[in-house]
Ligand binder design. Structure first.
Ligand code: HEC
Length: 139
């Protein structure tokens, strides 16, 4: 029954096409949302570059203590996970969550919280700005 098979094939192709279009739509929206978060994070930090930060988070050992989404091997359980930071009110439970404070915290947490268990890692303010932008862009 070639007719029937053709009809069925047509439906399968139609269904697959719909699925692909739907997938593209969903993927496109997710990509757009991510781009918007990156733009906001760059603006907040005065030009921090999130795309430079993933290797910095590895280089300065942040991932040994913190779980950080998008950074391979950053699965530390010593300290709070660093996702959704943009929604927090306080950093380290003590400093207002402003971009300046976040950069300053990343460079030297003890200036806010002398007894903080987070050590200064040796990261400088320039790199810390990129890292702050990355963290603000993460959901
Ligand atoms: C030796 C472990 C350790 C390392 C390495 C480390 N941190 Fe932390 N971090 C902590 C601890 C512990 C806290 C919680 C400290 C506190 O509340 O006083 C913290 C808190 C934070 C906070 C505030 C989180 C919140 O929920 O308020 C940020 C942001 C942060 N760290 C970023 C970083 C970055 C970026 C790096 C790398 C440059 C890094 N940390 C490296 C242990 C670490």
């Amino acid at each position: 029954m070639p007719r029937l098979r053709n009809a069925r094939t047509t439906w399968v192709i139609l269904a697959l096409s719909m699925a692909v279009l739907l997938g593209l739509g969903v993927g496109g929206r997710a990509w757009q949302a991510r781009e918007e978060r990156v733009a906001v994070a760059k603006a907040l930090t005065g030009g921090g570059e999130p795309n430079r930060a993933a290797w910095l988070l590895t280089r300065y050992g942040c991932g040994g203590c913190h779980t950080i989404s998008g950074v391979p091997g950053a699965d530390g359980q010593v300290a709070p996970p660093l996702n959704g930071l943009v929604q927090r009110v306080y950093i380290g439970g003590i400093a207002r969550n402003t971009p300046e404070n976040l950069v300053a915290w990343i460079v030297n947490p003890q200036q806010f919280s002398p007894h903080s268990a987070m050590p200064p890692t040796g990261i400088g303010p320039e790199d810390a700005r990129d890292v702050a932008a990355y963290l603000y862009a993460q959901q």
